[in-house]
Design a protein around this ligand. Structure first.
Ligand code: PMP
Length: 437
């Protein structure tokens, strides 16, 4: 344990040692306080030390921490599954628990694959995903992930994936093109990829509804996901939406796909599901997929030792109940509007802020050397990492992202404050970010 910590600290240039957290703030061993404007990596949706979540975890751990799912289910796991299904996009009937985002993506990929084997279409072997996406660090998730540079050292990856363009309006939408026309162009590219592979050979299209960790916050253009859904349906291809980062209220609705008017076949969630109080993730699945597995082998050929962990489920259930009871989704929309306005007032004319984009409490700033040409900074500068350190020196946590434009160049800053962030704290975020920048 000691070795791990020291190695981690060395590799990360000795970050400060966090000792406590309360609300939107984390305190280090020297008493320095940091305003958590990114929820770590869009995780801490209720901030730190939320008393009701802690109480629910204590109560559960006093009763029972762990019971293997091959022997038992637990009341909290059932309640959490029921809560998730009751609030899921149309037709999603089951929740399959895992321990984090990468595991959720792995489970979704395997479930999709097994589904086609069960229904007698084993020739479907290909996935289509998008460049500049992030789906996790395990091999399957890495293979669907769109950052070629991250994948390079691990080639050949285990599954076959074709990558198409993401919705990157700031850089890719032509000056004479409307967002709708741009969306249609992206759909034609996707259709061409499907036709090249053969529609009957494709398992699923995998995409983040709102792109997060590797390309800044990439919001979809109107009609894009409806078009994707239609293309998938035409060819019997499943739609897997990865909302590990953008989901669970982050963009102002529980699921980001609600704003797109589409329901996926499989939806991955994690991060904000447990709000950082416990590692937990889930795959939500359409009833017809689960029914096919039930009629076939009767078993999803997948599982992890800690899935449905009782304390993790208790934490996640408490987080979700607080969000519902305290009406935090409207709060995200309202506070998000304030954040958007303040960011625009502070940075719309800034010489090195090329784009400000986002939804709810999920915002990205794309940094450029020069606004007119949209030229990136030299990646050797590692500007995003410098900015993170400069912000830390101001007592502000922002999430830095590099290589966001093409895998190598591009610098972004991600803001994803907790849903309970106050008006004054929101103003302080922008004030400190400005000083750091
Ligand atoms: N999918 C997306 C969209 C993510 O943003 C992340 C994490 N940044 C993951 C999957 C992987 O999640 P984890 O780090 O919990 O494995």
């Amino acid at each position: 344990m000691q070795t791990t910590r020291v190695l981690h600290r060395q590799l990360q240039h000795l970050p400060p040692r966090a000792v406590s957290g309360s609300g939107a703030w984390i305190t280090d061993e020297h008493g320095q306080r940091y305003l958590d404007a990114c929820g770590g990596a869009a995780v801490s949706c209720l901030g730190h030390g939320h008393p009701e979540v802690l109480r629910a975890m204590h109560q559960q751990i006093d009763r029972l921490a762990y019971a293997h799912t091959s022997f038992f289910t637990t009341e909290v796991a059932e309640q959490l599954a029921n809560h998730l299904v009751a609030n899921a996009p149309a037709g999603m009937s089951h929740a399959y628990f895992v321990c984090g985002g990468s595991e959720a993506v792995e489970a979704a990929l395997k479930l999709a694959r097994q589904y086609f084997v069960e229904i007698g279409q084993p020739q479907r072997r290909h996935f289509i995903a998008r460049r500049q996406s992030y789906h996790g660090n395990t091999l399957g998730a890495l293979a669907v992930g769109g950052n070629a540079w991250r994948r390079a050292q691990f080639e050949p990856l285990l599954i076959e994936v074709e990558h198409v363009s993401p919705c990157y309006t700031y850089r890719d939408c032509a000056p004479d093109e409307s967002p709708e026309q741009y969306g249609q162009r992206l759909l034609r590219e996707l259709e061409a990829a499907i036709e090249r592979l053969g529609g009957a050979n494709v398992i699923a299209f995998v995409a983040e509804t709102v792109g997060g960790a590797t390309a800044g916050v990439l919001t979809p253009v109107p009609g894009y996901f409806k078009g994707v859904r239609q293309l998938c349906d035409r060819h019997g291809i499943l739609l897997i939406l990865d909302e590990v980062m953008c989901g669970m209220g982050r963009t102002g609705t529980l699921h980001a796909c609600e704003q797109e008017g589409v329901a996926p076949d499989l939806l991955t969630i994690a991060k904000g599901l447990g709000g950082g109080y416990q590692p937990i993730g889930a795959v939500l699945a359409q009833g017809h997929l689960v029914a096919a597995l039930a009629e076939g082998s009767g078993l999803f050929q997948h599982g992890h030792t800690y899935l449905g962990h009782a304390v993790a489920c208790a934490a996640a259930l408490a987080v979700q109940r607080v969000i519902e009871r305290d009406q935090l989704l409207p709060a995200v929309r309202q506070r998000g509007l304030q954040l958007q306005q303040l960011l625009q007032a502070a940075f719309a004319e800034h010489p090195h802020v090329g784009d400000i984009r986002g939804r709810g409490l999920f915002w990205g700033l794309e940094l450029v050397r020069e606004r007119a040409s949209k030229q990136c900074f030299d990646p050797a500068l590692r500007l995003h990492a410098r900015l993170k350190r400069a912000a830390m020196a101001q007592g502000l946590m922002v999430y830095p992202m590099g290589g966001t434009v093409d895998g190598r160049t591009g610098d972004h800053i991600l803001l994803a404050p907790p849903f309970i962030v106050s008006e004054d704290e929101t103003a302080l975020i922008v004030q400190r970010l400005r000083a750091a920048l």
